[in-house]
Design a binder for this molecule. Structure first.
Ligand code: FAD
Ligand code: FES
Length: 267
């Protein structure tokens, strides 16, 4: 995690490639953002004007400090992301960041289980690449709706990664939810072990529950909706349990990664 250079950046978009239906991979020249770690995010102005006014949070999908480049992986889910997907190579993008605390303990030797639902794979892919390069053990579990809505195997293999994938309709890997893979893996697992997860809230709630019953520490990246992105509006707060008391935390400043033990999902 690194909080240097949390500033505005105008970055040249070098490439925008659709790698699965509605998933756009951006390559950007961004030397001041290329030191960011897995789990950190940028706040992106999706269009070329101030419409829409609010920026959208997007995880750093990959960063290469030597080349001064970063990648973002954007899945179209509404008007802002659809607008971003239409940006073309050669345009300048307006970004703020890097924001947030990254996934902790990525350099420890105990095996890491990386669990991603849908676009939740964006930051976990980066974590997997880091662990792969450092020769640290990890397993990468991914769930999605269907084959066409996930990047192809080659995308991962190009980085030496082979996630275990399941889809809800069974069109790729087994049929089912990624949490079922985790449940199977945690049954009788040898510790120490650590879980990192990112995806929709119901998935994260189940991941937290499974890790808690297995006695395995878990960190979750939460995808709250954001407005200011800098801790001022309180639009992104979540409830966490601190010593038996419920407290508020801002996902943009205090997260987006939280100890899964503490997050209150019933709110
Ligand atoms: C820390 C963080 C990192 C993120 N990283 C990525 C990333 O790497 N790639 C990516 O594609 N997306 C990422 N997201 C989610 C992305 O910010 C939202 O999909 C985007 O803001 C939606 O904007 P929109 O204008 O396209 O959709 P809107 O028109 O605003 O909404 C469209 C639909 O998406 C839902 N939605 C909006 N925001 C979110 C959200 N934050 N989480 C879940 N559902 C939402 C709305 O309820 C609505 O149903 C991240 C979110 C956070 C908080
Ligand atoms: S988005 Fe404004 S406080 Fe987090």
């Amino acid at each position: 995690m690194n909080r240097r250079a949390e500033i505005a950046h105008r970055c040249l978009l070098l490439a925008n490639k659709e790698i699965a239906r509605g998933w756009h991979l951006f390559e950007l020249e961004a030397p001041l953002l290329a030191h960011a770690g897995p789990g950190q995010f940028v706040h992106l102005r999706t269009g070329s004007s101030t419409d829409p006014l609010l920026r959208r949070p997007v995880s750093i999908h990959y960063a290469d400090p030597a080349a001064g480049r970063i990648r973002l992986l954007i899945r179209i889910s509404g008007s802002g992301t659809a607008l971003a997907a239409r940006r073309k190579a050669g345009e300048e993008l307006d970004l703020l960041g890097p924001f947030g605390r990254g996934f902790p303990f990525l350099d420890e030797t105990a095996p890491a289980l990386l669990v991603a639902g849908g676009i939740g794979m964006a930051p976990l892919f980066f974590a997997a690449v880091q662990r792969q390069r450092a020769g640290l053990p990890f397993e990468f579990f991914m769930g999605g709706q269907s084959d066409a809505l996930l990047p192809p195997d080659e995308y991962f293999l190009a980085h030496g990664i082979a996630p275990l994938i399941v889809t809800e309709d069974g069109s790729r890997g087994g049929r089912g939810l990624v949490t079922a893979l985790l449940e199977e893996r945690l049954a009788g697992a040898v510790k120490p072990l650590r879980v990192h997860a990112c995806g929709p809230a119901p998935m994260l709630a189940r991941v937290a529950e499974l890790a808690r019953s297995a006695g395995v520490p878990v960190h979750l990246s939460l995808e709250s909706r954001m407005a200011c992105g800098v801790g001022a509006c309180l639009g992104c707060v979540v409830h966490v349990n601190v010593d038996g008391k419920v407290e508020y935390r801002r996902v943009c400043r205090d997260g987006p990664i939280f100890d899964g033990e503490a997050v209150c999902f019933d709110n």
